[in-house]
Structures are given as C-alpha cells and as structure tokens.
Ligand binder design. Structure first.
Ligand code: AGP
Length: 612
C-alpha cells in the first residue's frame, strides 16, 4: 500500500528518493510522486499515474534535483486513480505525503472550505496540508509545534512527512499508528515507511513509536513523544547482509522464485530450533516454559493467507497439545467485545508484521486483562507487530516480493508446528510422539522438493483452466484451509472466481452449482477422512462435475472421464497441509502466467495492507 520516502542531505537526493520508491513497489500502488526543493529554493513537484519508472523518466526529463525532498507511492483509498490525487499534496508552502486514513476528513474539509481553502484533489491528505498552513498563518513558530497542534484534530491511523518550502532544511514526520522509520546517515538523514527503502543508504534505523513527532535535518534528529517531551529512541543497526538487491534471477516472476525457494525457506526456519532430540525456543526467554505451562486456551488472529495458517494451527493445537483454540480474522476481531478466556495466549500470524487490522487487534487485547501474553509469528524482523508483541518467533523465509504469499505461508506453518509441538511436550506429549514429529518436520524441505518436481505436469494442467470463470475447491480436516488457500491464490493471481468448501458441506447447497464447466479441485490426504472425501467426490462425479484430484499415491484414485488425478508423494498426515499447499500455489501461478496476468502485482492488491 502507500509508501513514504524522505531525505535531507548535503548531496543530491532525487536518486535516493526514486530508488526508495522503487524498493517500495512490491507493496502495491497505483501512482507515485515526489517533491524536491532545488538549491535555488525552488519547489519542484511531479506526480504520475502508473509505475515508478514513469515518474523516474519524467524526473530526469525535467532535471529535478535538490538536497531535500519527499516522495510517495499511492494506493488509492480516498479519490480515484488520477494524477491530481497522487501525493505530495500542497497548501502554498506546505508539502505533505501521507499513509493511512484521516477518518474525519469530510468535516475538516468543510471547515477548511469555510476558511477559504479550495481543493485540488479528492484525498483526505490535502486537508492535512491546508490545516498545517492555516495553523502556521495563525500562530507562526516552529513547524513541529504547529504540526503538534494540528494532529489533535486528526482521527485515524496514519503517518505523515511534511516539508516547508520556506524553511527548507528540515522534514517533520508524525507517526500515528502507521510505521515510520528514520534512517541515520553521516551528515544526512532519511525517513521511510518501510526499511527496504532505507537499506541502500543506511543500516542504522530508528523505529518511531505511535505519537512521536520527529524533526529531521541533515545533522540532527529531534523526537518528541505524544506528550510533547523530547525523547531518545534507540538505534537499531541492521547487518549489511540484510540488504540484498532482489532479482528473480533465472525465474520468470518473483512468485515462481518464491515457490521454488520453499525448501530453503523452511530449512532456514527450522535451523537452530530443531535439535536431534529437543526443540530449542530459548529465543523466547528463560520464563517461557512457565508461561506455556499456564496456557489453557489459544486465540489466534490473522488475515488472508496468514489466517489459513491459523486454521491449520488450531487443528494441530487440538490434536497435539489438547488445547482449545479460537481463530479469527483480525478485521472482525478488532470490533468485538472480547470475552477473554482464562489462561489465554494470544498469537498473531503475519508475513509483513504491518497489517493494520492485525496490529489493531493486538492493540485492542492490551485493553483487556486476562491474556497471558502476546506472541507473533512473523517474517519481518523489526516490524511493528514484532516490536509491539511480548514475544516473537521469526520465520526466516527471506523477503517475499510477490503480493501472493507462498514461501512465508509454508514457513509460518512449519514454525507453528514447531511451537505447538514444543507446547505439547510441556503439557505432557509422549516422548516417542515428540520425536516422531521432530523427524517428520525435518523431512519437510526434501518433501517439498519432490512436490516441486511436478512443475511440468501442473503447467500442462493449468492450460485447462484459462477460460474458466469459476472454480470450486474442496478439502476436509486440516486440508480445508489448503482448499481455501488454493481458492485465494486462484482469485488473486488468475482472477478466477473461486470458492472453497468443506467437502462434507457440498450437499447443503453448493452441489447445485455442479456442471461440466466448473472445475472442482479436491485435495485429499491419506488420513482418517479419506473415505469420507471419496464419497464426496462420488457425489460430484455422479452429477457430471469435472474433478481435478490432488491425492497421495496408492490412495486408489483412478483417472477416467471427468476425473483428472495428480499424484503426490507419500506424506505423514500431520505435515500434509504444508506440502499440499505447494501444488495449489503452482496451479494458480501457471494459470495466471498463461492468462498473461501481472502475477507479482495483481490488480487492486497490495503486499502490505497498512490501512483497514
Ligand atoms: C496472500 O496471498 C495475500 N496477499 C494476503 O491475503 C495476505 O496474506 C494478507 O494480507 C495478510 O498479510 P500479512 O500476512 O502480511 O499480515
């Protein structure tokens, strides 16, 4: 979603801004813009609909340069996708870029109209520029003080960076529930909404806290907290190796690369945690076993693909740890009156660690006593979710660029299985079973390699789907979430309407949809439910449905008219959801490729969903 980059230096910074924007592209956006003040104190502004490359070309053409500037990628919320709605927004000498939503912007717009301001855009951002300008005209004084007065009037979660073209040696940033990170340089400083934009210029970062206002010059960084008191925020030094120029090398898309990176992503997530006869989670601190032994209930919160991880985790928590578990989509959970169960452990799952709804849900739980603690399973170290949770376990899947999550999903599942097995052992899981599960998890990278070798077969299968408008996915038990994940992948990358059902639920309604034009994709594990799923398959077949079955070898499925079988290697049922997710990812990917879609950045979507 929207991204912010700002820089103030003693050197030319236009390249830094554009490179920063380029490194934010993966988050999803529809337009981009920048404002740079030249050495002759001239304000230069450019906004373009479309890719950062278009903005880069136009910036070069116009010879925009300077030593201070702000830039933005916009993912439309208020106002359609047009150049005049792209950021930065301006009110006379005040220039603003903004992430998040100002919820009371309509009423503020009316107030400002009465004060004589006219509006160039339909955005909620422009009101910030006018409010700051108005306040400056009324009171004068230091920009950070003026902004402090203005933000009392703004409702919502947001981050803002403001520049004053009449006082052009500083940037003022406000962090209010949406991430902002200062990059500290040598005689130059930077700000961005995502560390990826900063890493080419510095590894020394300050993560602002909600309520912070930072005044940034090339030499100084002054931060005041929500009470207006000057505070020191600690600096985090990231290892140089964190900055890798990401390319998709021999692959055609990031999504393909990330699918094929799964054995390695899982190996990295396991490394150091699985020992020959025990699980090492000492990273959670020495008192964690005491906390885990008190757990009587687990509440898991997540969105999208991460929610599917939560569904499978519930299955494991009940089966392995005998623990009751509730799961909920963060956008629903955050608006409920919570009834906290005694001894409840809160777990959030997120690839980005910046999903607005998941963060809001975590923050909501802090108003309730009763939770034993909050633990996040996250792929992004230093993300807001990691910083605001009591405990964090990082999936070391490496950065995921494609909007469609793949390797982070299977890494999340692997880490959840490790965590649940660990908790189960504390709660008395038998030694033999504990060992069996450790051995099974260790096999995961190899098992996924075997699945990846089905690439050719799945590529051929993909061709049968290109003209389809709808698809049904069926699964049962721990594979129902994989059916749901398969449907989500197909929708977001191939733009095919897909629905997932518990196979046993078909006869309660969806069976009416069956005809020979709707492919029915069934994922079958060789577990206690296999005969039940076989009966459900018969029900579809008897009604002329076209079945695409993904099942383990030797499970007795026979290819025939209207039944296409893709045979999967033999798998222990406990890890079947992790392994069977991969053919679903490959199927969606190859259908999207054949259809010529923008696989890595599907229309309307964003990688990091930072607004609710
Ligand atoms: C998955 O392919 C999607 N892009 C999306 O559902 C994603 O999983 C969701 O937005 C949650 O994101 P998070 O894991 O970063 O919190």
């Amino acid at each position: 979603m929207c991204g912010i980059v700002g820089a103030v230096a003693k050197r030319e910074i236009t390249e830094v801004l554009l490179q920063g924007l380029h490194r934010l592209e993966y988050r999803g956006y529809d337009s981009a813009g920048l404002a740079v003040i030249s050495s002759q104190n001239q304000l230069q502004i450019l906004r373009k609909v479309g890719k950062v490359n278009i903005l880069t070309e136009a910036t070069k053409k116009q010879g925009i340069s300077g030593q201070i500037g702000i830039a933005h990628t916009r993912w439309a919320t208020h106002g359609d996708i047009q150049e005049r709605n792209a950021h930065p927004h301006v009110s006379s000498n005040i220039i603003v870029v903004h992430n998040g939503i100002i919820e009371n912007y309509q009423s503020l717009r009316q107030v400002l109209s009465k004060r004589g301001y006219s509006f160039f855009s339909d955005t909620d951002t422009e009101i910030i520029a006018h409010l700051v300008h108005w306040e400056q005209c009324q009171t004068g004084g230091i920009l950070a003080d003026i902004i402090q007065n203005v933000i009392f009037q703004l409702h919502g979660n947001y981050s803002i960076v403001i520049m004053d073209s009449l006082d052009c040696n500083k940037l003022v940033a406000v962090c209010s529930g949406s991430t902002l990170i200062i990059g500290c340089g040598d005689g130059e400083n930077f700000i961005a909404s995502d560390k990826n934009a900063l890493l080419p210029v510095t590894c020394c970062l300050i993560f602002l806290e909600t309520g912070d206002i930072a005044e940034i010059t090339s030499q100084n960084i002054k931060i005041r907290n929500h009470l207006g008191n000057i505070v020191e925020r600690s600096k985090t030094l990231l290892a140089k190796k964190t900055y890798i120029e990401e390319t998709y090398s021999q692959y055609r898309h990031y999504m393909q690369k990330e699918i094929f990176e799964q054995p390695c992503a899982i190996q990295n997530t396991i490394a150091g945690r699985l020992q020959s006869d025990f699980i090492d989670l000492s990273e959670l601190g020495e008192n964690i076993n005491i906390l885990f032994s008190k757990v009587q209930h687990v509440q898991i919160i997540a969105c999208g693909t991460s929610y599917h991880s939560a569904m499978i985790s519930r299955f494991w928590l009940e089966k392995l740890a005998n623990l009751p578990c509730d799961i909920e989509i963060a956008s629903e959970f955050r608006y409920r009156e919570l009834v906290v169960r005694p001894g409840s452990l809160l777990i959030t799952i997120s690839q980005s660690g910046e999903t607005a709804d998941t963060l809001a849900a975590l923050r909501l739980t802090k108003n309730y006593s009763g939770y034993l603690g909050s633990l996040t399973i996250c792929n992004t170290e230093h993300s807001t979710l990691v910083r605001e949770s009591d405990f964090a376990l990082i999936t070391y899947a490496g950065s995921e660029i494609s909007v469609a999550s793949t390797k982070t999903f299977t890494a999340q599942l692997t880490l959840m299985l490790i965590l649940i097995t660990y908790i189960a052992r504390i709660r008395g899981m038998e030694h033999v079973i504990f060992h069996q599960i450790i051995r099974t998890i260790e096999k995961l990278p190899r098992s996924i390699e075997q699945i990846l070798s089905l690439e050719k077969e799945i590529k051929i299968l993909a061709n049968k789907f290109i003209h389809k408008k709808h698809a049904l996915f069926l699964g049962r038990g721990s594979l129902l979430p994989i059916a749901m994940e398969g449907a989500l992948k197909l929708k977001e990358t191939a733009y095919i309407h897909a629905e997932a059902y518990a196979a046993g639920e078909l006869k309660h309604g969806p069976l009416a949809l069956i005809n020979d034009d709707i492919p029915v994709i069934v994922i079958v594990a060789n577990d206690y439910l296999i005969n039940k799923v076989k009966s459900n398959i018969e029900e579809v077949h008897a009604r002329g449905g076209k079945l695409y079955i993904f099942a383990e070898q030797n499970t007795g499925f026979i290819q025939c008219k209207n039944i296409n079988i893709t045979l999967l290697p033999k798998t222990e049922p406990i890890i079947a959801p992790i392994i069977y997710a991969v053919p679903m990812q490959m199927l969606a990917y190859y259908i999207a490729v054949v259809k010529g879609n923008n696989v890595d950045q599907p229309r309307h979507l964003a990688k990091s969903v930072t607004v609710e």
